[in-house]
Write a protein of this length. Structure first.
Length: 193
């Protein structure tokens, strides 16, 4: 049974922090692969700074090429919007019955996990791998010692895509925060300027 960790994000753009966490979990957990699931542009949210789905997927594709255990995924592009994680998990389980799917999330997301649609069902059927984030608020008691929730001692990566976009708009050099392939794509396409 292949164990897949799902790492969801807008990846606008994907940066070395995302890759460092994904690679750490791929190397130091019992997961066989990490799928970087690019979340689609929500039709209800008009985010000017959010690049089209295919551009964000292309950046994730380019960034993950050197890592055989990390794969780009556009699975949510084909699902009805607005979408919930519970539906994505059900869809994946149906499409890949021989795989086991688990979630990867930052500690900041765990703090609001009790507000997710059908979060109890997610916890019943899937493990959650939590990486550290510096964030306000506290994790609900029910999640602190839950048998399905594993904390991963990944490096704390406080790099944000928002910061990168702002820097590019202000003509600051943030090249070290991106893979060369992603930097080249952003530069060629003139994104975030």
């Amino acid at each position: 049974m292949k164990k897949i960790g799902l790492y969801f994000g807008t990846f606008n753009p994907i940066h070395i922090g995302h890759l460092a966490i994904a690679n750490h979990i791929a190397e130091f957990s019992d997961l066989n692969e990490i799928w970087m699931v690019v979340t689609p542009h929500s039709p209800h949210k008009k985010k000017k700074t959010l690049l089209d789905n295919h551009h964000r997927f292309e950046m994730v594709y380019r960034a993950t090429q050197p890592y055989p255990k990390i794969k780009p995924s556009d699975i949510e592009f084909k699902l009805p919007q607005p979408n919930y994680t519970i539906y994505t998990l059900a869809h994946l389980q149906e499409k890949y019955p021989d795989y086991e799917f688990h979630l990867i999330m930052g500690e900041d997301n765990l703090k609001s996990f009790h507000k997710w649609k059908n979060y109890e069902v997610i916890l019943e059927n899937h493990n959650i791998y939590v990486y550290p984030r510096i964030a306000e608020g506290i994790v609900e008691n029910q999640f602190t010692c839950h048998p399905k929730i594993q904390r991963i001692e990944a490096p704390v990566m406080e790099i944000s895509s928002t910061f990168i976009r702002e820097c590019i708009a202000n003509r600051k050099n943030v090249r070290p925060l991106l893979t060369d392939t992603v930097w080249q794509y952003i530069d060629e396409m003139g994104f975030y300027k």
